[in-house]
Design a protein around this ligand. Sequence first.
Ligand SMILES: [Zn+2]
Length: 216
Amino acid sequence: MSADARTMAYRVGRFVLDALAPHRCVSCGNIGSVVCAECLKKVKLHKQITAGPTPLDAIVSGVDYDESIVKELIHNLKYNSLKDAANPLAEILSEVLKPMLQPNDVLVPIPLHRKRKAVRGFNQSELLANAIGEKLSVPVENLLSRNRNTKPQVECDAHERRTNLHEAFSSTATNAKRIILIDDVTTTGTTFVEAAKALRKVTDVPIIGLAVARGG
Ligand SMILES: [Zn+2]
């Protein structure tokens, strides 16, 4: 079987499984949803706001990556293509974003390269941005695209992390007054910085990077 056929078979299999088997809570195992309301309530929010680095105005995160329920949800979303894991993560992000939201803010998801998006079936940052956008009535603009298929940042050493994403993004024009970049996890902030550099070529409005979790 070719890689594409395997991917397709996997996605069809996943779809059938999703349709047949109800979700189990990633924490307590109760049947019904990806994470039950009780367990979601146990997630310890640890909102962190750090200034910069240029050209970002700030990086904001909702929890620490070692928060086990969130880690489990992100892992399932990204590596098991469990689309429904995006909703509880978007709830956490909405809670973090709500008090700092300004009129005319625009959400911009960090893009995946089309090849990686084809394998996963979706871009997790786009799912998160769309869910938050709907919840808080904030427009989502897919301004960014990936110029090349880079190695995942988690697989890079410290030096590679800084150079891996150099000029990896490009942006289309926008009239946004403030941009909130959306991603699942931020570690060194390099992804946000490189995305912001691409945005700087088309706009000089404030840019904030917002991630569910920090660390990882
Ligand atoms: Zn539970």
